[in-house]
Design a protein around this ligand. Structure first.
Ligand code: ADP
Ligand code: MG
Length: 388
């Protein structure tokens, strides 16, 4: 295997903090990592320097393919990844004008996600690592989302508190130091993005629902419909969005609201419902973030994942961060939804720390991101059930 550090310019970056060395004593050289992401419905490849600078990032989205089904169809997704993986990786190198042999390592998403989708990326990345004789690491997709703030923000100060909200996940993590994660809160049922998507589908608005609901919400009254913030009876700071979905269904039925048909202009009552729904989701997410923060004393708040594109969520998180006296970092919108740059950034920290995966690296559909204070047993005893 080739060394990870190539000779080159001396470079001080977040990696220095990440690998636990002191800033003025260690010289870190330029590290170039190829990231590959195929966990769900995006085939993505990116070349990232030092875990902080995107040299190229290519994303082939399958939204158009799945749109008419109102959600991702796993079998179609994996076939599409097979078609796209070779040209997408090639395009990442072409755009960067870099030869494949010049990378220092590879990082690939190993889970959580759809097994057929994950396997395409994992098999391809392993074959490439073997052929090029380069080190490879597996990356947890959720950890990738957390690292999406490594670009275009100052370095994260630890401890950090991260809210990861996407189509498949809704978690708050306490991160005392890089690579250490404790789940502080999570959803008991639907993910927040999933709730956006389901409510949009119910209202005849199209897929993915998040951006459409946000656009309509701008013209709606968030106080028009009063939805209660879901709280857990056992007092844990967990989320629940399926009850909210039911409340929206009931509201539609009881008021005789007519879903939008054939792309017609949504009526004002639909805009009001969109605004009210978005408002309660944002208050639930940010309220919980603010409530748990004092227990962990974060120096940075991170809000990442597809739903972090949402302007109302950003605004509320920024206000909460101000009250807590810490900065809030968000990925820029193109890095909020699935991409490979964030996977390369997370993988760079592992590669620099000396982590190496063998060629037995495999997809892990239910991979968890928690390596501190494992409380699974205690939760099981308390009868708490999580769907995701
Ligand atoms: P996953 O990897 O879990 O499928 P992504 O990170 O790709 O999810 O994010 C996709 C999710 O983000 C979808 O559920 C989508 O509706 C949601 N989303 C995207 N933009 C917005 C927005 N502006 N407001 C709310 N949700 C959004
Ligand atoms: Mg994602």
């Amino acid at each position: 295997m080739s060394p990870l550090y190539t000779s080159g310019e001396v470079y001080h970056s977040q990696l220095i903090h990440a690998s636990g060395h002191r800033l003025n004593t260690v010289r870190i050289y330029i590290v170039l990592v190829l990231g590959i992401e195929t966990s769900c419905d995006e085939t993505a490849a990116a070349l990232v320097r030092d875990g902080r600078e995107i040299v190229s990032s290519v994303i082939a989205s399958q939204i158009a393919l799945h749109e008419r089904f109102g959600g991702v169809v796993p079998e179609l997704a994996s076939r599409e990844h097979l078609d796209k993986i070779v040209p997408v990786v090639a395009e990442a190198f072409t755009r960067a004008a870099i030869d494949m042999t010049n990378i220092d390592g590879l990082a690939v998403t190993v889970g959580p996600g759809l097994v057929g989708s994950l396997l395409v990326g994992v098999s391809y990345a392993k074959a490439m690592a073997f052929a090029l004789n380069k080190p490879i690491v597996g990356v947890n997709h959720i950890e990738g989302h957390i690292y999406s703030v490594a670009f275009e923000n100052p370095p994260v100060q630890y401890p950090a508190l991260a809210l990861v909200v996407s189509g498949g996940h809704t978690n708050i993590f306490h991160i005392p130091s890089p690579g250490k994660y404790k789940v502080v809160a999570r959803t008991r049922d639907d993910a927040a993005g999933e709730a956006f998507d389901k409510v949009a589908k119910m209202l005849g608005l199209g897929y993915p629902g998040g951006p459409i609901i946000e656009r309509l919400a701008r013209e709606g009254n968030p106080q028009a419909v009063r939805f209660a913030i879901p709280r857990m009876g056992d007092g844990l700071p967990d989320f629940s969005f399926s009850g909210l979905k039911t409340a929206v269904t009931r509201h539609v039925r009881e008021t005789g609201m007519r879903p939008v048909q054939n792309g017609e202009q949504p009526a004002q009552n639909i805009k009001d419902l969109a605004a009210s729904f978005q408002s309660v989701v944002v208050r639930s997410l940010v309220g919980t973030l603010e409530r748990v923060a004092p227990d962990f004393g974060p120096r940075t708040l991170i809000v990442a994942g597809g739903v972090a594109c949402n302007g109302a969520l950003r605004e509320a998180s920024r206000t909460a961060a101000e009250r807590l006296g810490v900065p809030a970092y968000f990925p820029s919108p193109h890095l909020s939804t699935d991409n490979a740059a964030m996977i390369a950034a997370a993988g760079t920290v592992k590669l620099v720390a000396g982590e190496r995966a063998g060629l037995d690296l495999n997809a892990d559909v239910t991979l968890r991101l928690q390596n501190l204070d494992l409380e699974e047993e205690a939760l099981k005893r308390a009868g708490v059930r999580y769907r995701l």
